[in-house]
Design a protein around this ligand. Structure first.
Ligand SMILES: *[C@@H]1O[C@H](CO)[C@@H](O)[C@H](O)[C@H]1NC(C)=O
Ligand SMILES: *[C@@H]1O[C@H](CO)[C@@H](O)[C@H](O)[C@H]1NC(C)=O
Ligand SMILES: *[C@@H]1O[C@H](CO)[C@@H](O)[C@H](O)[C@H]1NC(C)=O
Length: 605
């Protein structure tokens, strides 16, 4: 688990309620509390029984009108806040119109894909927080002497080279910072390249939990349609899916990309992210800033059913992050003659001050949370009337905005989508029962809301510190800077750690989003659930955790964090990580056509 990112936080727990763990709760407007009312498709029991047929794809042919890529969809109302994206029928952009029956139904392809994914899972690319950046030594051999835990990553590289011979023969393969991998399929034209990313590392398996696994975590096992193993979802399904897609395109030999395709895999997303950082530097040096058509990474998956409507929710933003470190230096002394408040007591006062002044909730139209609510208001028929009205007015009407904030604040999970959090997580201080503590240290963790910044978060905490310092006569420093002079009692020293601004929010009013969302609609409506009439609304979403994309901001404005999958997946970072293996094939099918769609619509950008 990373310091910056707890993967379980990436989705609301409610979005994880694949197994029905979360029960709906009543909201103020009598409706079921929006984000909690997630009844995933299991409840429809559609699952994988419905298989796509070539005829359904024929029906869809020619429905997509290219000029509508810029339009507002088939909603017919240009003023609406969440136009339904036009579904993109990929068949007219593909050389092999029958791709779905091959990828989804061919037994040989399926067993090969399963075998390759199992092989990848069985190489234990566990990454630990205390592993050194591979750049500390010049060669891998020297690095292994210091840090043998990097060795499986070399085995993983070798495995990929053996398993995907055409990719390694025909594409440029670069190693970045020893273990990062960048594949480049050079396009014939000068169009912005697309960047598809994943990571090869997995969260370590705690030895204590080994006996709780149904199947050994690094002996991935297929059991009645489900694949179990560490990293099957996070994130080897995606990584192997990308390589399978490229290998298939190369094997068929009929696709020559106009737009360069870059596929990049980091090696420590679950810890420090030095892999993605190095890859990003490499790509910025090679292509320049803002040089990519889009960056598409792992993220939340499948879809959520809210108020009876299905939503595909690629994350278009991520909250920021900060650790506030507050040290209190004070004079010592014998505990037999203590002052009214020891330094531990003063820190306790500070914690109280911080907790009694929580960050304000705020939601503007810049926040994907509001955009997501607008989509709900426009497309969920059963939504409470009053709630719908307030959502649609919240971007210009203060009262409505306040009501929406109250609504979101009823639930901790939704509250912190629109509020900077503050959690006093670590406290250290005091050494002896007969000595006054001379040094106390407090760590407060923050996840920064879209409308806030590292600086505004720092200002708020600094105000809390100054208020306590003045009251109890202490000085205040921020690093070397003196805010209030040290007193005889001592001083606070406030420093920042792991600063990360909220991610720039990706636009949802441009062709890149429309094509991505329109392509996803096709996957769910026409390939996964062709016999169901439900519409899948594509809406933006915000993550409270961070993926490797936190290093890719410079490369593109259009960053999406999302896994096209069937709903049945779970236990990420935990015992018995699993998913429905068919998801892997759907993911390959999606990227197979998406790559060709954005190549044909290449003149767009
Ligand atoms: C790994 O799983 C296979 C079945 O998938 C099984 O036959 C084999 O015994 C397992 N090996 C270990 C070491 O558990
Ligand atoms: C505050 O802490 C930082 C980081 O440990 C340190 O560099 C700085 O010198 C400290 N300032 C004071 C006044 O102690
Ligand atoms: C799907 O929609 C069509 C036309 O709108 C309708 O005839 C059909 O009965 C619907 N099927 C289901 C399963 O709802």
């Amino acid at each position: 688990m990373t310091k910056l990112q707890m993967k379980d936080e990436k989705l609301l727990p409610s979005y994880h309620s694949v197994n029905g763990a979360e029960r709906p709760r009543k909201g103020k407007w009598g409706g079921v509390l929006l984000f909690i009312c997630i009844c995933l498709i299991e409840y429809f029991s559609l699952r994988t029984k419905t298989k796509p047929t070539p005829s359904c794809m024929n029906d869809m042919r020619n429905r997509f009108d290219e000029k509508n890529v810029f339009g507002v969809g088939d909603s017919g109302n240009p003023d609406n806040l969440c136009p339904l994206l036009d579904k993109i029928d990929p068949s007219k952009y593909l050389y092999n119109k029958d791709f779905a029956s091959y990828i989804l139904k061919d037994e040989e392809f399926r067993s090969d894909a399963l075998k390759k994914l199992i092989g990848a899972v069985n190489i234990p690319t566990q990454v630990y927080d205390d592993m050194k950046n591979p750049n500390v030594r010049d060669t891998r051999e020297e690095l292994y002497k210091e840090e043998p835990r990097w060795k499986p990553f070399e085995a993983f590289h070798n495995y990929l080279a053996e398993s995907f011979p055409l990719v390694y023969e025909k594409l440029e393969v670069e190693e970045v910072n020893k273990f990062g991998l960048v594949y480049t399929w050079k396009g014939t034209e000068d169009l912005k390249p697309v960047l598809l990313t994943a990571h090869m590392d997995v969260v370590p398996v705690d030895k204590e939990t080994l006996k709780e696994w149904k199947y050994p975590p690094f002996n991935a096992t297929y059991d009645e349609g489900i694949l179990f193993g560490r990293g099957v979802v996070d994130c080897k399904n995606l990584l192997i899916g990308h390589l399978q897609t490229l290998e298939l395109l190369l094997k068929e030999g009929q696709f020559t990309p106009r737009r360069t395709i870059v596929v990049a895999f980091g090696y420590d997303e679950e810890s420090a992210g030095t892999g993605a950082e190095a890859i990003s530097k490499h790509l910025v040096a090679k292509y320049g800033e803002d040089s990519f058509y889009a960056v598409i990474d792992e993220g939340n998956d499948a879809f959520a059913t809210i108020e009876g409507t299905n939503f595909i929710l690629p994350a278009t933003g991520e909250k920021g992050h900060l650790n506030s470190i507050i040290d209190l230096h004070s004079k010592g002394g014998h505990s037999s003659v203590p002052p009214p408040h020891t330094s531990i007591g003063i820190i306790a006062k500070l914690i109280e001050e911080i907790e009694e002044t929580p960050f304000q909730s705020i939601v503007t139209n810049a926040n994907p949370v509001l955009n997501q609510l607008q989509c709900l208001a426009e497309h969920s028929k059963g939504l409470d009337h009053e709630l719908r009205k307030n959502i649609l007015r919240a971007h210009f009407d203060q009262d409505a905005n306040k009501k929406i904030l109250e609504y979101l604040s009823q639930d901790e999970e939704t509250k912190f989508l629109v509020t900077t959090s503050q959690a006093a997580d670590i406290i250290e201080g005091g050494v002896k029962s007969n000595a006054l503590p001379q040094f106390v240290s407090l760590l407060v963790n923050h996840r920064i809301a879209i409308e806030e910044s590292v600086d505004s978060t720092k200002q708020k905490i600094l105000e809390n510190i100054i208020s306590i310092a003045k009251k109890y006569n202490y000085g205040v420093f921020t690093g070397e800077e003196e805010i209030l002079p040290a007193t005889d009692n001592g001083y606070f020293n406030y420093t920042l750690q792991e600063e990360l601004m909220p991610a720039p929010v990706s636009p949802i009013n441009d062709a890149v989003w429309n094509i991505y969302g329109g392509s996803l609609r096709y996957l769910y409506e026409d390939m996964m659930y062709p016999n169901d009439n439900s519409t899948f609304v594509v809406a933006p979403y915000i993550s409270t955790g961070n993926t490797d994309t936190r290093f890719y901001w410079d490369l593109s404005r259009n960053i999406y964090r999302y896994l096209p999958m069937l709903p049945n997946a779970g236990n990420i970072h935990s015992v018995d990580e699993y998913f429905t293996f068919d998801s892997h094939l759907y993911l390959i099918a999606f990227y197979y056509y998406y790559i060709q769609v954005i190549d044909s619509l290449g003149d767009v950008l």
